[in-house]
Design a protein around this ligand. Structure first.
Ligand code: MCA
Ligand code: AMP
Length: 477
């Protein structure tokens, strides 16, 4: 039942798996050998079944093989955004207590150590409910929570999506997402593996470069920023996209306008789907049938999805807006060492409370209307205002702050700080950003800082973020 064995059950040794940036190709036989050697190297470092391996390294094929080797060895893979500062990494390490923290230098050493080791490895036996990964996701309050993903969670979602999106051994996926998050690490990679397909592996997203790959690829998975940046390329035409059978978008809302423009330019409809770190994918627009702009499609065949009253949990009728709740084999096992937080996010009948507000229309399409949780999604990356506010409030001269997401043409939403300062303050935008440098990952730092005398409050004394979002709506446009 080890995820690795499930994903590679039908691997054809001589078939291509991954094209490196230098255009050399690793076959499935290479994948088997490289992950076996790395798994031996991990074991030689003392990694045992059930141990966590925390990994903060630049995207590379070796990084991907390390994920697969860790799973193969029965360890729990813990990916960390390369943008995290040392202070942020320290928290994850203290919380997860990994047996090994792999940085770029460590990965180099592991690859060296692996060279002399056997290309065969007996994959560790694991039960469906054993952990394969822990992915940290920021909390609305307090610190980040580690979402525990089991072998069965990842295997079921991979199988469901491979079938639904019709991936086969003939597919070539353009892989330009980071592999420290669920989208690039599990959705993209596990679907490719399940199908015995291959991928063109790029270190990061570059619109011109990705467009140039269209004629020898068949599919792309990206966040909405990928699609808006591709639309800005004059070369994006129907002819250029002729070989591509599927464009998938997720992680953040795709503007209906982007969907329409894309269809006009390429004569293909982007397939939008909806997921979360805690659940993997929950819904998808259909492969055949209408891919409706502004919706995230239907619940996956093995996922139950309902709309409930956020306060009472009462199930709401079709068309009404409420909390999106999901249950299925994809839903995580809970937050690492946080039983109370876990319990608070599940209904007694096992439905997970996503924190996203939505509705189901008459045709069964799910619409995401907003977020119950105070979350900003910038270029597909989540930023929790509280975390940024806490760092800003600690800066000398700041009375208080409110961090909001404002519309941004490239990132969808941009982190923006509104800061109340005392009279005669000499605080500047540059000083604020400078103070945050080593405190917060770059993508969490405000793109703009504005100063006010007071933050607007309602009668209850609560800061009115909606009023701020309205007042500064055009700041980034
Ligand atoms: C980079 N920067 C950002 C972001 N990315 N700032 C805000 N938001 C971002 N997302 C910073 C850089 O540090 C840099 O700072 C400056 O912005 C300009 O960088 P640029 O070169 O334009 O950025 P890029 O390298 O092109 O990256 C943009 C990107 C990337 C391609 C949109 O962020 C990306 O690949 N995002 C995808 C994230 C993802 O995989 N999300 C899935 C989460 P400086 O000022 O120092 O130059 S999984 C999930 O949400 C669920 C499961 C789901 O449903 O999928
Ligand atoms: P994360 O915690 O990084 O996994 O982010 C998950 C969140 O991203 C979800 O709870 C949604 O708020 C958001 N999200 C993912 N896909 C979509 C989508 N297609 N449309 C709107 N929001 C999305």
């Amino acid at each position: 039942m080890n995820l690795f064995d499930i994903l590679t059950a039908n691997a054809v040794p001589h078939a291509p798996f991954l094209e490196r940036p230098d255009r050399s190709v690793d076959t499935y036989a290479d994948l088997m050998a490289r992950t076996a050697r790395l798994a031996h190297a991990l074991v030689a470092r003392g990694v045992k079944v059930g141990d966590r391996i925390a990994v903060q390294v630049e995207k590379s094929p070796e990084n991907l093989y390390l994920y697969l080797a860790a799973v193969r060895a029965g360890a729990v893979f813990l990916p960390l955004n390369t943008a995290y500062t040392q202070a942020e990494v320290d928290y994850f390490v203290a919380d997860a207590e990994p047996a090994l923290l792999v940085r770029d230098d460590t990965l180099g050493e592991l690859v060296e150590e692996a060279r002399g080791l056997s290309p065969e490895f007996a994959t560790a036996a694991r039960e469906p409910d054993d952990l394969a990964a822990i992915c940290y996701t920021s909390g609305t309050t307090g610190r980040s929570k580690g979402a525990m993903l089991t072998h069965a969670n990842l295997a079921s979602n991979a199988a469901t999506l491979t079938k639904l999106w019709r991936f086969t051994a003939d597919d070539v996926l353009i892989h330009a997402l980071p592999i420290y998050h669920v989208h690039g690490l599990f959705v993209a990679t596990n679907v490719v593996l399940s199908a015995g397909a291959s991928m063109i592996f790029r270190p990061k997203f570059d619109a011109a470069e990705v467009l140039g790959l269209f004629d020898r690829a068949t599919a792309l998975m990206g966040v909405p920023t990928f699609y808006t940046r591709l639309l800005a390329q004059a070369g994006l035409t129907k002819e250029a996209a002729a070989n591509m059978r599927l464009f998938i978008s997720g992680s953040a809302p795709l503007l209906a306008e982007t969907h329409r423009e894309w269809e006009e330019r390429t004569a293909t409809a982007i397939l939008e789907r909806y997921g979360m770190t805690e659940t993997g994918m929950n819904t998808s627009n259909p492969y055949d049938g209408d891919r409706v702009a502004g919706t995230v499609g239907f619940p996956l065949p093995d996922v139950a999805l309902r709309i409930a009253d956020p306060d009472t949990g009462a199930i709401l009728p079709t068309g009404e807006i409420g909390m999106i709740e999901v249950r299925g084999p994809n839903v995580f096992a809970g937050y690492w060492r946080m039983p109370e937080k876990t319990a608070a996010e599940f209904r007694p009948d096992g439905f997970f409370i996503t924190g996203d507000l939505g509705k189901i229309d008459e045709r069964g399409y799910v619409h995401i209307i907003g977020r119950g949780k105070d979350l900003i999604i910038s270029g597909g990356l989540n930023v929790y205002p509280r975390e940024v506010e806490a760092e800003i409030d600690a800066i000398d001269g700041v009375v208080e702050s409110a961090v909001v997401g404002l519309p941004h043409p490239d990132l969808g939403e941009a982190v923006t700080a509104v800061i109340a300062v005392g009279p005669g303050s000499s605080l500047t935008e540059a000083k604020v950003l400078d103070a945050l440098t080593d405190r917060l990952a770059r993508y969490k730092q405000p793109k703009r800082v504005v100063f006010v005398e007071d933050l607007p409050r309602n009668a209850m004394g609560k800061v009115q973020k909606a009023a701020l979002r309205e007042r500064y709506a055009k700041l980034h446009l």
